[in-house]
Design a protein around this ligand. Structure first.
Ligand code: 13P
Ligand code: SF4
Length: 283
């Protein structure tokens, strides 16, 4: 078995038992390359489902079936069909933080790590971008592409405010602020850099700020700080209750009992896989 863990998993999972760690994009890429009969996805449900879509023959386990995501829960396949009927011919770009059924209604998926490249690859003036309205606004500002959006949000990142950034700068002179693009637009504008969780790690690695605040989920700084002892991590953060459902004992139980297996309807899976594969072709 191979354990794939998202950057928001607790340090004992991230450093203790994970074989592969990364952001949503890296986990999707690694899931495609994995050479093991069993994949344990230490992350939330949509990540395990993505791994299953890319590995229909393999057993994919999620240690807690209730590990959901406020974004994935904000939209259904029927909602997407209504949007498409309202805007015929406009391509649907779907954040990976969605169910397989929603992906199946989409032209192409994206993550926060490649959203800009995915949107630009389409070469169109407007897209239907679902379901994260904050990410959509941030990508619109970067690309100039008009976004027909859905008012979904990440319950972790939408709680950060511009005032939080001002307070951090006031309390920690010289701090570099790095925000996740699931944060509201004014938070991203107030930051020095915005990027996916993997982009945050690359930023710290290449820029080596003296002090940095990662505006994201709490485990992120804990996991990254180990590799950069000379960097001071200011730790304003919000916990993701879904990510935190995954624990070491639940990972062990998953391996002992082969539960909970991810199953996707084959017809839905074929269409959803197409949208993910199309994303993975964008460089
Ligand atoms: P990334 O790791 O792709 O930046 O995603 C963040 C996130 O919130 C995943 O749930
Ligand atoms: Fe979903 Fe936000 Fe939690 Fe990521 S951090 S799983 S986007 S609720």
């Amino acid at each position: 078995a191979v354990v794939l863990a998202h950057n928001y998993q607790t340090p004992e999972i991230f450093h203790g038992v994970a074989d592969i760690t990364g952001d949503s994009l890296a986990l999707a890429r690694e899931a495609r390359a994995v050479d093991a009969d069993i994949i344990v996805l230490a992350g939330v449900h949509f990540m395990a489902e993505t791994a299953k879509l890319l590995n229909p023959e393999r057993t994919v386990l999620i240690p807690d079936q209730e590990a959901g995501c406020s974004l994935a829960e904000s939209i259904t396949a029927a909602d997407v069909r209504v949007l498409k009927a309202k805007h015929p011919g406009v391509p649907v770009v779907t954040y990976v933080n969605t169910s397989a059924a929603v992906k199946a209604e989409s032209d192409i998926c994206c993550t926060s790590g490649n959203a800009r490249r995915v949107v630009e690859s389409l070469g169109v003036p407007s897209v239907i971008f679902i379901p994260d309205a904050h990410l959509a606004r941030n990508v619109a500002a970067e690309t100039g592409v008009e976004m027909i959006l859905w008012e979904g949000a990440c319950e972790v990142h939408e709680r950060f405010t511009k005032r939080d950034i001002e307070r951090i700068r006031f309390g920690h002179e010289g701090v570099t602020v790095v925000a996740h693009p699931e944060c509201p637009r004014d938070v991203v504008e107030a930051a020095d850099f915005a990027g996916s969780t993997a982009d945050m790690v690359s930023f710290v690695r290449t820029r080596r700020p003296k002090k940095v605040a990662l505006i994201t989920e709490c485990s992120m700084s804990d996991n990254v700080a180990v590799a950069f002892p000379e960097v001071e991590f200011v730790r304003p953060c919000n916990l993701c209750p879904h990510m935190k459902r995954i624990t070491l004992p639940k990972i062990r139980r998953a391996l002992e009992t082969m539960r909970h297996q991810i199953m996707v309807d084959p017809v839905v899976a074929a269409r959803a896989r197409h949208a993910i594969e199309r994303m993975l072709e964008v460089h």
